[in-house]
Structures are given as structure tokens and as C-alpha cells.
Design a protein around this ligand. Structure first.
Ligand code: PLP
Length: 414
């Protein structure tokens, strides 16, 4: 697909605000939605609208069940899972990571969790809550100096008591990766499980969970062009059977029997145990369509285009004295470029306002703040950063527009 054709697939790109054209550089937060996803969601809402599964037992629910099953099978194939029943649908990465933290079978002898200084709050906080409950002891691999965090630093914290190592496949602040292969090798050697936060990885990279030795992996549908409120926790089936319950209720049980006057539940052993109640069917079907879009467009092509854009952006910004690029100099795994202003009086938020309001023909959507990674920003003495992130529909001229806008902003602030 050529660029023009790709852009045509995303109706939101045609949006005007006060006659100005949209430049969307907030893809690490959420990717815009392709027509394929919009059609799939709309089909569910307009032509189906019913619950899935055998519980209702009518033709409409059978049709919804089939589409949800297809989406699960597509997701399993996308991740290289052994079976579709290893795919738990969630509301997003956050829910997947909370599920993993809450349900993981920690024991007294194996209760340590290794995290990293780069973790999103959605990975950090669920485990800190478990620490408060006395279930785990959290160890955090900190920065080595500058923005480096190598696998060695993470693996040095893995010991005989380590039950789980949870790390991002790519940082949502710098886009960098952390030597997954070595982490998996050392975790396995010590009998620990690896949980991957793939929120920032899958829109531009492939992963094969079995080949990579990942035991659990969480991602969000909306970061792949799917609907918000959708996501997946992949869990290897041998481990899934050992997880405790998360939310329980309708759809999670094989049977409920009365024992001594009290009901006792016999739960499913697979993903159904974690999908209580009526599900987000429109979202699940839309997520399947987003995966179709990625595969049809070609992750290789997406990767090539977006890393080129990120490299161009970094090269331009590296020449701007007033800003500090965040992250190590090596090319990141994901197309994310974040920077802070060296002068504490220049505020990233003001630049963000400038991007939205002060350009003559465009408004640029990027992101400013600490991107749910406050500990990382604090440890580098950065209060706020401005983040631009790319997807396959972005163009070199958009990158130039963004970098020119920075020059204009700095001039106006001088
Ligand atoms: N993990 C990382 C690395 C992220 O970048 C994000 C979102 O930006 C999340 C987790 C949380 O994702 P969600 O808000 O879709 O649950």
C-alpha cells in the first residue's frame, strides 16, 4: 500500500480544526483507527448487538461467538501462542498487568518481583500494591548512568527467590528495549517467569512469545488501531492453570454445585475463567480487524517507515541546543522521540499549546507530561517532556513541520 492509500484508510486524518489540518504525532498514546476497524465495530453494533456464546443459544449469539473466536484465534497467531485459549481479552494493558500481579501464584519461597526504572505506572503500581499486601517483594533495576539500562542490570537482581520478572518490550518515554533475550535466559535459569509489557511494541514490531520464551504478555488494542477499552493478556496455558481468580461471575464457570448448603464453583481452566460477565464484543471484533490491518499493511513496512521518521526527528532535534533528547543514542525499538527543555523556564506544556494553536495551517497533536513514568523522569531530573511518536501514516513533511515549529516556538519564547 502506498502512503496516500494508507492515509486514506484513516478518516480522522482528514479532520480540520478551525480550517487547520491535523498532524497526529501521539501514536504511542493511541493510534488512529483504520476503516477496517470502524467497519468491524459498526457491523457488530448495527447488525449483531447480541451477547456471544452458548448461554443465549440463538443464531445471533452464535454469529457473535464466531467473530469473537476468530479475533481470539487471530490474536493467538499474531503472538505465536500455542492455542487461542491462552488469549485473555482485557480492557487494556493496564488490566492485563493488574491481572498478572493479582493472580500470580507467589509463594513464601518465591515471592520476589524484578521490575525496571523504565516501567509505566501500569506495571509498577500493581506490584507495589501486592507488596503492600505482603505477597511480594519488589526489586527495581535502576538506571546505569545516563539513560542506559542493560539486561545485566536487570538479571543481576534475579535470584533464587525471584518468581517473576516484568519488563517493557519498549519504553513509552524513550522507545528503547532492554535485552529481553538475556533476561529470559537468566529468568529461566532461576525458575522465574517473564511478563512482557508490550504496549509500545506491537504496532511496529513482531513478537513470537514461544520463540522468545515469554510466559505472559500484555498489550492494548487502541495502540494498534483497535478500539479503546480492549486488550489482551497472553498467558502460557501451564501457567494460566496456576493463576488465582481475578474477576469472577457469569461465563467463568463449568458448574456451580451446592455443598453443605453453600454453592461451590467449578471454574474453567482456560481464558474463560478470566472473562467474567458480558464482554466488549464490539471491541474484541474491532481488535481482530486492527490485527488484520497491521498484517495486511506489513509490520516490516510499518517498522521501516516509522523508524525512518523517528531517526529524522531525532537527527533534527539533536541539532537544537535548547533541548535534551531523552534516551540513549542508539536507535530505539519503537518510534518514539521525547525531549525536555534545558532552560527550566521553558515549559513543555507551553510548546504543546503552541503546537495546537499557533501554526498557520496545521495543528499538531503530540504529548507532554511525564507519560505515566514519573519515577523515570524524576531519576533523570526531568520534570516534563514532550513526546512525538509515529505510525505508518505519518510523513517526513510532518516531521519537518514539527521540528520547524520547535524552532519558531523557541524564537517566540526568546
Ligand atoms: N505500559 C506502557 C509501556 C504504556 O505505554 C501504556 C500506555 O501508554 C500502558 C502500559 C497502559 O496502557 P493502557 O492505558 O492502554 O492500559
Amino acid at each position: 500500500m502506498d502512503l496516500k492509500n494508507i492515509r486514506r484508510q484513516f478518516p480522522a486524518l482528514g479532520r480540520l480544526a478551525g480550517g487547520k489540518k491535523l498532524v497526529y504525532l501521539d501514536n504511542a498514546c493511541s493510534v488512529l483507527k483504520p476503516r477496517k476497524v470502524i467497519r468491524a465495530v459498526s457491523h457488530y453494533l448495527s447488525a449483531l448487538g447480541a451477547c456471544a456464546g452458548g448461554r443465549s443459544g440463538h443464531l445471533l449469539s452464535a454469529a457473535v461467538e464466531e467473530l469473537c473466536h476468530e479475533a481470539r484465534a487471530k490474536t493467538a497467531a499474531f503472538l505465536g501462542a500455542e492455542t487461542p485459549s491462552e488469549i485473555i481479552f482485557t480492557s487494556g494493558t493496564t488490566e492485563g498487568l493488574n491481572l498478572a500481579a493479582k493472580c500470580f501464584p507467589f509463594t513464601k519461597a518465591k515471592n520476589e518481583v524484578v521490575l525496571t526504572a523504565f516501567d509505566h505506572h501500569s506495571n509498577l503500581l500493581p506490584f507495589l500494591e501486592e507488596q503492600k499486601r505482603g505477597r511480594v517483594k519488589v526489586r527495581i533495576a535502576g538506571l546505569e548512568g545516563g539513560w542506559q539500562l542493560g539486561a545485566d542490570r536487570i538479571t543481576s537482581l534475579i535470584g533464587p527467590r525471584t518468581a517473576l520478572v516484568s519488563l517493557p518490550l519498549a519504553s513509552n518515554v524513550t522507545g528503547q528495549a532492554f535485552g529481553l533475550e538475556e533476561v529470559v535466559r537468566q529468568a529461566r535459569r532461576r525458575g522465574a517467569v517473564v511478563l512482557a509489557d508490550a504496549a509500545q511494541y506491537l504496532s511496529t514490531n513482531r513478537v513470537d512469545v514461544r520463540a522468545a520464551g515469554i510466559d505472559m504478555l500484555a498489550f492494548s488494542g487502541h495502540k494498534l488501531g483497535g478500539p479503546p477499552g480492549t486488550g489482551v493478556l497472553y498467558c502460557r496455558s501451564g501457567l494460566m492453570r496456576r493463576l488465582g481468580n481475578f474477576k469472577v461471575g457469569g461465563g467463568t464457570v463449568l458448574d456451580v454445585v451446592l455443598k453443605g448448603g453453600l454453592p461451590e464453583a467449578r471454574y474453567f481452566a482456560d481464558c474463560r475463567r478470566f472473562e467474567a460477565g458480558i464482554q466488549n464484543y464490539a471491541g474484541i471484533i474491532g481488535l481482530g480487524a486492527a490485527i488484520d490491518f497491521l498484517l495486511e499493511t506489513g509490520i516490516g513496512l510499518i517498522k521501516e517507515r516509522t523508524s525512518g521518521l523517528a531517526a529524522l526527528c531525532r537527527a533534527r532535534l539533536a541539532g537544537v541546543e535548547e533541548v535534551e533528547l531523552l534516551g540513549p543514542p542508539q536507535a530505539p525499538a519503537s518510534p518514539i522521540v521525547a525531549f525536555s527543555f534545558r532552560n527550566p523556564k521553558t515549559c513543555a506544556q507551553d510548546f504543546n499549546i503552541f503546537l495546537n494553536n499557533e501554526l498557520p495551517r496545521h495543528f499538531i497533536c503530540a504529548r507532554c507530561g511525564s507519560h505515566c513514568a514519573i519515577p523515570l523522569h524524576r531519576s533523570r531530573g526531568v520534570k516534563q517532556s514532550l513526546r512525538a511518536s509515529f505510525f505508518v501514516y505519518n510523513t517526513e513533511s510532518e516531521v519537518r513541520l514539527f521540528c520547524d515549529a520547535l524552532g519558531q516556538f523557541l524564537e517566540s519564547a526568546a
